[in-house]
Design a protein around this ligand. Structure first.
Ligand code: AGP
Length: 620
């Protein structure tokens, strides 16, 4: 969850480090944090640092009152507390070597206790309760013992650490140098002219450059104004690849919307359209992203989807699509459960990981486990250069653009789109659908962006409903077939945004227990299947509505335009355009995204950064 920024620039070039660092930290705020700090070194080798608990503004105000030295070398950090509370002393950077070395860290060093005991026995005095400060003192010790080679000192230390870490370190002896290293935690380099950057993700430096380079597992990077050197933890040079970030700084700003979440919901149509771009053409699906694993996909006999939270609910949509079209059995598992149940995997198992951030530790560790067990891993991810795609055999990038609000919205519809494309791609490879059947699905899928736009036009009605319900204490969500993951997603949005107890159920489960929850006034959203669906689930769900209305529930139905059967039984009907049954899921979720946001806003809550949550959960 922590945000990391590093910067080196030619003296006298461009902005001062502190401006670059603070700008980068601002763009990383969405990762969630509870303290922030920066360290800068000037050309004369003076290291100056400041760190504050609380929001970034606290630090900025403090720096305005008492500026740091003017340097072109620096590191910056936003911390999401793991070891030790959110205090000034626990904030990063951590200093060592009599204040001449500064270090920042994202992750958890699992063996920090024994390393700390060793340092204490050598007389080191600690200023914080953090595992990160241990790393600072270890690097300082190695630096002194190693004769002043900062990169070598960090390399020696990282080979003694267990757990997950991205570390950046600077030393007053060496203005113009920032050294970083990563294991199981993200790090990317931004390439400039006469200046270079590092960050937890490209948002840290997108305002300055869109040229980027990913740092791989167990790699160490030294950046200077005119050079970038990457070695592995054995000290051997490694090949690196540059990539162009496909969104610019303005995309990461609110663009005039009241919140990032409002902006991102408004972008749901283009998130679907951009994910389809170049992949659903002339009635066929072309996933060149998967050319490298074509043979494996032909022999796959089982698919296991692994993800967390909203991404896992998108995975259920993929289950229905792949099973229906490609006739391959699909299981959907929470990544943090999957890894510990000793799953039976082999080369004919396709593990599909879904992650917006590409850094969710639970999902990353499950991906690593699956590969160790010999399974093929395909990732669906929204963040280029992130860690999970690099640990996968193939990746389908969604193109939803940066998703800054902690609550995922446009990424969800993009993930569903990517999964539908995957299902059609598998059906094409394996001949389980005819070309005509695929063309029909592609045509329906290509119409979804415009249909989402039409659903967005009903936002005012949903905002009114949310205003009426601002004091509600519990909301239930019912859905069937692809409406079931939408019910789960709607409930999660309410929990994480409006801090209301909410629960999603498969509608058929109601009479097996949950109907006992229904009492007069209980608000229930019901995602109603299309009356055109040959599975004839529609009458069953209309019966469910009657059962709960008879017990006093207030029912808000999400139903397709023209569905008259539901009108007599619902207190409110939110209509969605007709679409193929599977794709209607991408339409039904939109009112629930809007409702969650509007209810949170009606309660005066922080829509973009809900309490206790972080955008990317980079710890297990
Ligand atoms: C969704 O609104 C939540 N922010 C959370 O459940 C999220 O979907 C989950 O942590 C997975 O994140 P990822 O897609 O970045 O892996």
């Amino acid at each position: 969850m922590c945000g990391i920024v590093g910067y080196v620039g030619e003296v006298g070039l461009g902005e001062r480090s502190v401006e670059v660092l603070l700008g980068g930290l601002k763009r990383l705020e969405y990762r969630g944090y509870d303290s922030a700090g920066v360290a800068v070194i000037d050309a004369d080798g003076r290291l100056d640092s400041r760190k504050k608990a609380g929001k970034l503004k606290m630090l900025i105000d403090d720096l305005e009152a008492t500026p740091l030295v003017d340097g072109r070398t620096g590191i910056g950090h936003t911390r999401w507390a793991t070891h030790g509370g959110p205090t000034d002393s626990n904030a990063h950077p951590h200093l060592a070597d009599d204040g001449r070395l500064a270090l920042i860290h994202n992750g958890i060093i699992e063996n920090f206790s024994e390393l700390k005991a060793e340092l204490v026995s050598e007389g080191v005095e600690f200023q914080s309760e953090t595992d990160s400060e241990v790393a600072a003192h270890l690097v300082a010790r190695a630096y002194r013992a190693g004769g002043g080679d900062l990169a070598e000192a960090l390399r020696m230390v990282v080979n003694t650490l267990h757990g997950a870490f991205t570390l950046l370190v600077v030393h007053a002896d060496q203005p113009g140098l920032v050294v970083g290293a990563r294991r199981n935690s993200p790090l990317v380099v931004g390439l400039g002219d006469g200046e270079n950057f590092m960050g937890s993700d490209v948002a840290a430096f997108i305002a300055h450059t869109r040229r980027a380079m990913s740092i791989g597992q167990d790699q160490l990077v030294s950046i200077r104004p005119d050079s970038v050197e990457v070695v592995d933890f054995e000290g051997r040079p490694v090949e690196t690849t540059e990539f162009e970030v496909d969104w610019d700084a303005s995309a990461a700003d609110k663009g005039g919307w009241s919140s990032f979440m409002a902006k991102e919901i408004s972008e749901e149509p283009e998130a679907v359209a951009n994910t389809l771009l170049g992949r659903a053409v002339d009635g066929a699906v072309t996933l060149t992203d998967l050319d490298g694993v074509r043979e494996q996909l032909l022999t796959v006999d089982r698919v296991i989807v692994i993800a967390c939270g909203t991404a896992a609910y998108a995975g259920i949509l993929g289950k229905y699509a792949i099973e229906q079209w490609a006739r391959i059995p699909v299981e959907v598992e929470l990544a943090h459960e999957f890894r510990y149940r000793d799953p039976v995997l082999d080369a004919r198992t396709l593990v599909v990981s879904i992650s917006q951030s590409g850094e969710t530790m639970d999902t990353l560790m499950a991906v690593k486990y699956a590969r160790e067990q010999g399974a093929q891993v395909l990732s669906i991810c929204n963040t280029q250069g992130s860690t999970i795609p690099r640990e996968s055999d193939a990746v389908i990038y969604t193109h939803a653009g940066p998703e800054v609000a902690v609550a995922s919205t446009k990424a969800f519809v993009a993930q569903g789109t990517a999964l539908f494309l995957l299902g059609l791609h598998l059906a094409t490879l394996r001949g389980t659908l005819t070309a005509e059947q695929i063309a029909e699905q592609v045509t329906d899928l290509q119409a979804i962006p415009e249909k989402i736009t039409r659903v967005l036009e009903s936002s005012d009605r949903i905002r009114t409903l949310a205003g009426w319900m601002a004091d509600t204490r519990s909301v239930l969500f019912l859905g069937r077939h692809v409406g079931y993951p939408i019910a789960l997603e709607g409930a999660l949005k309410l929990k994480e945004l409006a801090y209301i107890h909410a629960e999603g159920f498969a509608a058929g489960e109601l009479k097996h227990g949950p109907i006992a929850l229904i009492e007069p006034g209980q608000i229930v959203f019901v995602i109603v299947p299309s009356p055109r669906d040959p599975r004839s689930l529609h009458p069953k769900v209309v019966s469910n509505i009657q059962e709960i209305r008879a017990r006093g529930a207030r029912v808000i139905a999400i139903a397709e335009e023209g569905d008259a059967a539901v009108l007599p039984f619902a207190d409110e009907v939110l209509h969605i355009p007709l679409a193929a049954p599977l794709f209607e899921s991408l339409l039904a979720v939109v009112p629930l995204h809007i409702f969650g946001m509007e209810l949170a806003a009606a309660k005066g809550l922080d829509v973009d950064q809900p309490r206790n949550l972080a955008k990317s959960v980079t710890v297990e």
